[in-house]
Design a protein around this ligand. Structure first.
Ligand code: SF4
Length: 348
């Protein structure tokens, strides 16, 4: 029979406490169970060996734990590792560990598939299956954290929500997952080491500001020209650059957090000096840094990488304006793990 019990990881500590009290169990049992499911990433109630059997029995009759299963692991020649995760209902997502000499970054997914259809992104070619639960977002971090220690001999230093999906269209679950990642009852990571990247969902950015979040915000901007952005990212038709700028100002005013703009360099589309000029103008709205990202081919031949000389000229133009700007080269391109390439190819 299909298991239809709810995932215990959808409950708050308060919910679990209430459950304990309703069954005449001591309230501290809730804290124990909660620690097991988050801090110790228990995959079943049987593992909870300091919790009495009768408590575990009641919990397992009512609830389940649906951890992500590792389906495949691919290693790039540059040390990047891509993990394919199977969801309990058959869905599939990918997460990436990107190592450098001194640190490791986890790039994680927030949705299985994505409906936003950005032209440069392989995920955008897969229809949205569903939002990931907080536990499923959290599990990716736990797995990649272990990989960082095992393969890179360093703990995870940063997390970016830049994998599959638009995080702000799965707002509640993403915020809950980040809550567990940063909580001392979870992984205890600093929110300053977490970056949420959005295609520019205005409502979500304003909500982040109202919720006074402490993690970083990146906008996948890619062009400061409204017409070009309409072609590149259909989301721009309902979240125009003009409205987006108001949301960014609102976010910065409320949180004081510096904005990061991600800008994928596409040959002869957005890599000219006129594009750099428009970008510099747009960036005046709030303190920011710009990451110029090397484009990774996704097999449809629609866009090509910007020439090195053009990327450098673009970079120098922004530098001359005293802007904070970095060039980000591809990582994990040989295993389709680079930016914009996650498309469940490892599922096959
Ligand atoms: S870039 Fe992000 S928002 Fe755009 S299609 Fe890909 S996953 Fe979706």
């Amino acid at each position: 029979m299909e298991n239809t019990r709810k995932d215990i990881r959808k409950l708050s500590l308060e919910d679990i406490k209430e459950l304990c009290l309703n069954h005449n169990f001591k309230a501290f049992r809730a804290k124990q169970v909660y620690e097991w499911i988050w801090q110790r990433s228990a995959r079943s109630f049987e593992e909870m060996n300091n919790v009495p059997l009768k408590v575990r029995k009641i919990f397992s009759a009512l609830y389940s734990i649906y951890p992500l299963e590792i389906h495949s692991i691919q290693k790039s020649s540059d040390g990047t590792i891509k993990t394919g995760f199977r969801l309990f209902d058959g869905g599939f997502v990918e997460g990436v560990m990107i190592p450098t000499e001194s640190r490791a970054t986890a790039c994680i997914s927030s949705q299985a598939g994505c409906n936003l259809a950005c032209r440069f992104c392989a995920t955008g070619k897969i229809k949205l299956k569903r939002n990931l639960d907080p536990g499923e977002i959290y599990d990716q971090v736990v797995t990649i954290h272990k990989q960082a220690k095992e393969y890179n001999n360093s703990p995870l230093s940063n997390i970016v929500l830049m994998g599959m999906g638009e995080p702000l269209l799965n707002y509640k679950n993403v915020i809950q997952a980040i809550g567990h990642i940063t909580s001392d009852k979870g992984l205890g990571m600093s929110p300053k080491r977490i970056t949420l990247s959005t295609s520019g969902i205005i409502k979500g950015i304003k909500k982040l500001a109202d919720d006074n979040v402490k993690f970083n915000l990146a906008i996948s901007l890619n062009t400061a020209d409204n017409e070009k952005r309409n072609k590149l990212m259909p989301v721009n038709k309902t979240n125009s650059l003009d409205e987006l700028s108001k949301a960014i100002i609102y976010f910065h005013d409320k949180t004081g957090i510096r904005i990061t703009y991600e800008y994928i360099m596409l040959r002869d589309f957005n890599d000219g000096l006129n594009d750099a000029k428009k970008l510099a103008e747009y960036c005046k709205i709030a303190p920011c840094k710009v990451n110029l990202i090397e484009f990774n081919t996704i097999g449809d031949g629609f866009f090509r990488k910007s020439l090195k000389s053009k990327t450098e000229a673009f970079y120098n133009f922004l530098k001359d304006k005293n802007m904070v700007v970095n060039i980000r080269n591809s990582r994990g391109e040989d295993i389709n793990a680079a930016c914009g390439q996650l498309a469940n190819k490892s599922e096959k």
